[in-house]
Design a protein around this ligand. Structure first.
Ligand SMILES: [Zn+2]
Ligand SMILES: [Zn+2]
Length: 390
């Protein structure tokens, strides 16, 4: 397997900073430091991001929204277009900070699509809630939509997008809801219990794109084994049936059991297994073409750095074993920053619980949820919703 991997990174990403807010850029800094200490970073071909220009951003956002973000960058009293809210407060330079992340995601996509490298990761990306004409859910520009649109413009005919963030990937789904070239799959906590309130299994795409929006609404409390059962029952079958040219993953890690904003119960090891599954799926279905973005994740110290270091390592084809000790230099750095919380000793949380396959007729909330998604979209993808082999 050819697992040469690139990453898009430099410290300018840390300027995407809402201040006193759950999305703190320290999580990116601690991820890169951990990846460096473990020797992961040196196995990646790292390029600095180039900001998306206005023409690129106009493929995703409306002209008046872009103008609003420009104004908000200079005028801290600006409100409107979802800006100046608790979720998306304005800050100086927000246009440039968001454009840099969007540009990085377009760059990651094109490094893979052009054939330069089989895998590319932009951990600052994955801002999946941003809409065409407004900010939402900590997201200003939708870098994921830009990455996918960039590849479509460069000749990709079919793109599969798998979003494992705890929140519904609503902005990406909305952008491609009527576009049969893009399969969007989102696994998330049931929208009746969590922001943004969309992502029901009945949202299946429209017109010629019916069957290309796939939503798995997971009960609060879903753990590693349950989450992976849902993933295995929906994602590989749907992606194989769609037969994309390229796989794009949004790897939000706010499904973690300690995440302060949501209620799923995954461990670092469950998230690591999900990432490894998407990587393997790319080798099986797209000849290895795999673009991975970050996303949510508010366990800034104990979760995000470990999970996204696993993401970076997985992309290089040399995963970091779960029992690997956390390098003392990383722990010292975190302590020097004044963090008092108990810090992890290893890169995982113990052995992964066994995963049992989904079977039709299960009566738990989880199995009913999986069944609802399969019944809604599998026939439209040429699959049998009742056959567990599909
Ligand atoms: Zn690979
Ligand atoms: Zn999220």
């Amino acid at each position: 397997m050819d697992c040469r991997a690139g990453a898009i990174w430099d410290e300018r990403y840390l300027a995407y900073d809402f201040g006193d807010h759950p999305l703190n850029p320290v999580r990116l800094d601690l991820t890169i430091r951990l990846a460096r200490e473990l020797g992961v970073l040196e196995r990646l071909d790292v390029q600095p991001p180039t900001p998306a220009d206005e023409a690129q951003l106009l493929t995703v956002h409306s002209p008046d929204y872009l103008a609003a973000v420009r104004r908000a960058s200079q005028d801290q009293s600006f409100t409107g277009y979802g800006l100046g809210t608790g979720d998306d407060p304005v800050f100086p330079g927000m246009y440039d900070a968001a454009a840099l992340i969007a540009g990085g995601s377009a760059q990651a996509a094109m490094r893979v699509w052009s054939g330069e490298i089989p895998h590319a990761v932009n951990i600052a990306g994955g801002l999946h809630h941003a809409m065409r004409d407004h900010a939402s859910g900590f997201c200003i520009f939708n870098d994921v939509v830009l990455g996918i649109r960039t590849m479509l413009a460069a000749g990709a005919t079919k793109v599969a997008y798998v979003d494992i963030d705890v929140h519904h990937g609503d902005g990406v789904q909305a952008a491609f809801y009527d576009d049969p070239r893009v399969l969007t799959i989102s696994l998330h906590q049931d929208p009746r219990t969590l922001f943004p309130g969309t992502g029901a299994p009945t949202e299946i795409g429209s017109g010629a794109a019916e069957g290309t929006s796939v939503n798995v609404a997971l009960p609060p409390g879903t753990d590693d084994a349950g989450w992976l059962r849902a993933y295995n029952a929906v994602v590989p079958g749907a992606v194989r049936a769609f037969a994309p040219d390229i796989l794009v993953s949004q790897c939000g890690c706010d499904t973690h059991h300690e995440d302060p904003l949501a209620n799923l119960d995954l461990t670092i090891d469950g998230q690591r297994a999900a990432i490894a599954s998407m990587h393997a799926l790319a080798h099986e279905v797209t000849g290895g073409k795999w673009v991975a973005y970050g996303g949510g994740g508010y366990g800034l110290v104990r979760c995000v750095p470990r999970t996204w270091t696993h993401l970076l390592a997985e992309a290089t084809g040399v995963p970091v074993p779960s029992e690997t000790p956390i390098p003392p230099a990383w722990t010292e750095h975190v302590r020097k920053r004044g963090v008092r919380a108990e810090l992890p000793a290893t890169m995982g949380e113990g052995p992964l619980a066994p995963v049992t396959p989904w079977a039709p007729g299960g009566e738990t909330w989880l199995d009913a949820a999986i069944g609802a998604t399969r019944r809604a979209v599998f026939p439209l993808l040429g699959l049998d919703p009742h056959d567990p082999r599909d």
